[in-house]
Design a protein around this ligand. Structure first.
Ligand code: NBP
Length: 484
């Protein structure tokens, strides 16, 4: 072999194979390896036939076929397998070589790996890759973070294969040090959960409440493609709603109503709780999947409670428009919450994440790609310190314009007995966030009553704490240890 490989990829499942083919299309020479080495031959004789892709049959073989500094990308199952491959690779690598983990790793693992490998002279990148098979093959959204020294070496490859915006900008840029890339990918997945659940709530309300026919539903989603809701998930929903089974009826109606999950939505919710960020919508969307999984319990409870859904009376067209506005407004809240979480992590870990750039990374290539992300990018470019996305003039305008319809839809869903956890949580969040005064005065009084947790007073400066002996039986000592 005359010329050495630009990059090695380990893992020849759906993501690995397609990323390799994408790299090859962009002129990079790729060395492919897989634990089960028969898959290397299958790949070379199958999808990779006629390309410049080279096979490797051991990690030593892989390392020997790579240009230095070596760049090795792992596209294997996240978790222990990544650590196993790192350990197995180390004897074959030299100082300055680069390992890229492109799987869905949990960011604390990436934080740990960057540090551990830095000590060994190996530069580690943890990158989110989104867009599934199609994205991997023709342009994914790529969210790299980790050891910054490595970025210059992998940038041409990762930006080369990434999706591009209409203006030709790659949906791939440096996110930040350590696990920043994987954190942003995790939030991306959480947002995906929220977007999907919001669409499902709109679908159920219109189908079972308003009583739209299959054709009307399909037409509605096709119309929404032409609005600010224009996005990949609305596109595929329109397609799914139109898809007919062999007997001519809609296939979607025959699909069992239990949703699976792989954990990244849950991780997002757990991190929101850890960071103290009210990521209500995404967390509700994870719980909605949990409720859906209780199929047998739900069937039994529906009989026990004689559950029916009330009819939503009124002009169908008026309801469709109200639901569209409620969906759009709720989506703004979801992204606003997601960016609050990213900001909190960025400040906490000193990642220095550029929020406008993050929106750009998701603009194309990934599952949440949408026109809307272009507006988010504009909002953060205009004001990088924007704390709440809904305060940006464009988004504030949409929220205000949607407000009365949004309330009407959520109120009607409660009246009709149609579950709407995400749209309801979105408006509830906004009501709380825009309330200058909340009932937490009473809450803090309760805490002080039973646990002597103290309170601040509206008629005294912030930072002065008071304790009251509410019953006359307690002492005057405040608690420093009892936390509720
Ligand atoms: P999988 O997540 O199914 O992983 C398959 C690869 O992992 C194969 O190369 C397999 O080798 C290897 N592997 C496994 Br499984 N167990 C192993 C072990 N104990 N030791 C060594 N190798 C092992 O592949 P994927 O769906 O292509 O995803 C790759 C990564 O990208 C994952 O982290 C995934 O979460 C992430 N991701 C996937 C998607 C998607 O749409 N699928 C999208 C975005 C990100 P073998 O062939 O020898 O079994």
């Amino acid at each position: 072999m005359s010329q050495k490989g630009d990059i090695g990829v380990i893992g020849l499942a759906v993501m690995g194979q397609n990323l390799i083919l994408n790299m090859n299309d962009h002129g990079f020479k790729v060395v492919a390896y897989n634990r089960t080495t028969s898959k290397v031959d299958e790949f070379l004789q199958g999808a990779a036939q006629g390309t410049n892709i080279i096979g490797a049959y051991s990690l030593e073989d892989l390392a020997s076929k790579l240009e230095k500094p070596r760049k090795v990308m792992l596209m294997v199952r996240a978790g222990e397998v990544v650590d196993q491959f790192i350990d197995a690779l180390l004897p074959h690598l030299e100082e300055g070589d680069i390992i890229i983990d492109g799987g869905n790793s949990n960011y604390p693992d990436t934080n740990r790996r960057v540090e551990a490998l830095r000590e060994k002279g190996i530069r580690f990148i943890g990158t989110g890759v989104s867009g599934g098979e199609e994205g991997a093959r023709h342009g994914p959204s790529v969210m790299p973070g980790g050891n910054e020294e490595a970025w210059q070496f992998v940038k041409p490859i990762l930006q080369g294969i990434a999706a591009k915006t209409e203006q030709g900008e790659p949906c791939c840029d440096w996110v930040g040090k350590d696990g920043a890339g994987h954190f942003v990918k995790m939030v991306h997945n959480g947002i995906e959960y929220g977007d999907m659940q919001l669409i499902c709530e709109a679908y159920q309300f219109l189908k079972e409440g308003v009583g739209l026919s299959d054709d009307e539903l399909e037409a509605t989603f096709n119309e929404w493609r032409k609005t600010e809701l224009d996005s990949y998930l609305i596109d595929i929903t329109a397609d799914i709603l139109g898809y007919k089974d062999t007997d001519g009826t809609r296939l979607v109606d025959k699909i069992l109503d239990t949703a699976g999950q792989k954990g990244t939505g849950k991780w997002t919710g757990i991190n929101a709780l850890d960071f103290g960020i009210p990521l209500t919508l995404i967390t509700e969307s994870v719980f909605a999947r949990c409720v859906s999984a209780f199929k047998d319990q739900r069937v039994a409870a529906s009989q026990l409670f004689h559950k029916t859904i009330g009819k939503v009376e009124g002009d169908k067209k008026v309801w469709i428009e109200a639901v569209r506005k409620a969906l759009l407004a709720s989506k703004i809240i979801s992204y606003a919450q997601g960016f609050m979480l990213i900001r909190e992590a960025s400040e906490n870990f000193n990642w220095n994440i550029n929020y406008g750039n993050t929106a750009l990374l998701w603009r194309e290539g990934c599952i949440i790609r949408s026109r809307f992300l272009g507006n988010i990018r504009d909002a953060y470019e205009a004001n990088p310190d924007l704390i709440f996305l809904g305060s940006d003039a464009y988004f504030k305008g949409i929220l205000e314009n949607a407000m009365s319809d949004w309330r009407k839809v959520v109120a009607k869903s409660v009246e009709a007995g149609i579950p709407m956890p995400c749209m309801a949580s979105a408006i509830t969040f906004l009501d709380g966030y825009t309330s200058a005064r909340l009932p937490a005065n009473l809450l803090q009084a309760q805490r002080d009553y039973f646990g002597a947790h103290t309170y601040e007073r509206t008629d005294k400066p912030r930072g002065e704490f008071f304790h009251t002996n509410w019953t006359g039986r307690g002492g005057n000592t405040a608690s420093t240890t009892y936390d509720v």
